[in-house]
Write a protein of this length. Sequence first.
Length: 355
Amino acid sequence: MIYNISLLKGDGIGTEIVDSTVKVLEKTAEKSGDKFNFTSYLIGGAAIDETGQPLPQETIDGCLKSDSVLLGAVGGYKWDNLSGDQRPEKALLGIRSALGLYINLRPAKLYPALRNASPLKDEIVGGGFDIMIVRELTGGIYFGDRGYREGKYGEEAFDTEAYSVTEIERIGRVAFETAMKRNKRLCSIDKANVLETSRLWRKIMHELSGEYTEVEYSDMLVDNAAMQIVRNPGQFDVIVTSNMFGDILSDEASQITGSIGMLASASLGDNKPHLYEPIHGSAPDIAGKDIANPIAAILSAAMMMRYSFNRADMAECIENAVDRVLENGWRTADISNDGNYIKCSEMTKKIIEVL
Ligand code: NAD
């Protein structure tokens, strides 16, 4: 098969990690007899420098024509003083909305070889954990009415959380389907003891659970979930939650895996192309030094193989290669705990060697 992939390298370490990922994908395709055509488009600070805007129309059009999109990261010191609308990060919301991506899948997995990198005690993470967080991405309080008004105590600011039945049902179905492909356990996280949107969320999730009887379903309040993720992360398989709760809980879950440089994500919608990106930013503090960890981006490409191309074979090939390199003791600086580490380019070579 021939797959057309748009590359949005962006800024900082975005370039290094996407270049590494391309090499890994090329080797994977060589082995399986497939072919990837890569086309790069500008995004973020690099796009501002070249065109004056963080998300040029040419980038959107190019992505829409492709089968899938791989994003590095955007942002950096150089653009930090620009106003909100002109900042590189503005391109992130723009590309998600242009591609209609309302589902965010964020795996948080503790690799046995990296157990020491987790800030949690061995007795908590000894058994490992592998959580898939399904976060609603285009609704809720981040997209509701907002503004300033005169309130009881004078001027006040407000943001509004709104969720429709349709929005809840479509993300709920994705979560149940995801659970069906994994260990068939789903926990829906809300704040139904306080919020009306959460009560509707919970009602719809309960209705769906009647359709997916094979899935062991539970609800949890978000404050309890924040505790349970650090108390006993192994209890979770798939988590589904709203945009804001997912934003916060997925960052919490990422931290207990040890390094942000290991974590991939997928943003999906009803139609292709979908977008895959590491959860970390452009890491301007280490950019250009060849010391970034490319694994988050490489695992994002593995998610692309599985979710965009239905190629579990290629996804597993990449994931197994990453596992083996870690088992063999190779570490980039962010996941090394004895001061010994290899560079980004060397880690890429090690992964390619065992593919
Ligand atoms: P960051 O994720 O870029 O970096 C946080 C810390 O983690 C830094 O010390 C960095 O060196 C380290 N780190 C991140 N990725 C790493 C990797 N692959 N290997 C090794 N170490 C890694 O977050 P930040 O410093 O808060 O933000 C930097 C810039 O990135 C800002 O402009 C921010 O707005 C932007 N940002 C972009 C995205 C995105 O493009 N999706 C996401 C978050 C932040």
